[in-house]
Design a protein around this ligand. Structure first.
Ligand SMILES: [Zn+2]
Length: 250
């Protein structure tokens, strides 16, 4: 059975409504960071996260042409409601709802917000910064898709010597095999894992994962599914990635 009918893939309103229902059911707080073209940018925090317990941060929908990530996060959450109810979670389900509606990477202004997370004056990233300020986090998972990808892969930003990326990718490989390329996006990759211990020196603007790291999130993973693959498989791979990361990153 299909997890998501194709015609729903870019229905941001439906996605946001499902998150509202879920937040009510599990007793999570829900905030609207801002509204863009009448669509709310919502974020969700579990009771434990509100109480200051170090949280798992999850986000998707930064790029609107990557619906597998946004729906994967929702379907994971709907499957793991008890875990969210009793655990510490900060969730940004769809940071670029207009992009999702329009099927564009950019937002309502034509801007790639994944280069704006440093900007306290930005209409989306400013409220996001104030929302995460001072939060204790265990790790962050940023969910994406990539048109050039030939399989699943992830970027791991992690100060410690041990890498968790390979253990996670291997366990997701049954849904979609890892991207075999040795260079991905100009960076060295091994079996679908690109690893950094230090921050890149020159960036045109801050991506979400790096800004989280700057805000003392010790480990971030940016997970990518291949946009040209079947949507249902991509959604399943996203769900499997989050489930596996929750088990491995304890
Ligand atoms: Zn993306």
């Amino acid at each position: 059975m299909k997890l998501l009918p194709n015609h729903r893939a870019h229905d941001a309103q439906h996605l946001i409504q499902r998150w509202r229902v879920l937040a009510r059911r599990v007793g999570c707080g829900l905030k609207t960071l801002c509204k863009v073209n009448e669509l709310p940018v919502i974020v969700i925090e579990s009771t434990a996260a509100q109480a200051g317990q170090p949280a798992a941060y999850l986000s998707s929908g930064v790029h609107g042409d990557e619906p597998g990530a946004a729906w994967g996060l929702l379907l994971w959450a709907e499957k793991h409601m008890r875990e969210i109810e009793h655990g510490s979670f900060l969730i940004a389900p769809c940071l670029n709802p207009v992009g999702l509606t329009l099927n564009t990477r950019a937002d309502h202004r034509g801007i790639d917000i994944n280069r704006r997370f440093h900007d306290a004056d930005d209409v989306i990233c400013g409220p996001w910064q104030r929302w995460i300020a001072g939060r204790a986090m265990r790790f962050g998972l940023c969910l994406h898709e990539d048109y050039d990808a030939q399989g699943i892969y992830l970027y791991e930003l992690n100060h410690t010597h041990q890498t968790a990326g390979h253990a996670i990718i291997e366990r997701c490989a049954r849904v979609i095999a890892p991207d075999p390329r040795k260079t991905i996006d100009g960076q060295r990759a091994k079996s679908g894992v690109i690893r950094r211990r230090t921050l890149p020196a020159h960036l045109p603007g801050m991506p979400e994962a790096i800004e989280l790291h700057v805000h003392s999130c010790p480990l971030t993973m940016t997970f990518e599914t291949p946009s040209e693959f079947d949507l249902d498989k991509r959604v399943r791979a996203q769900v499997k990635f989050i489930e596996t990361a929750m088990e491995v990153l304890v």
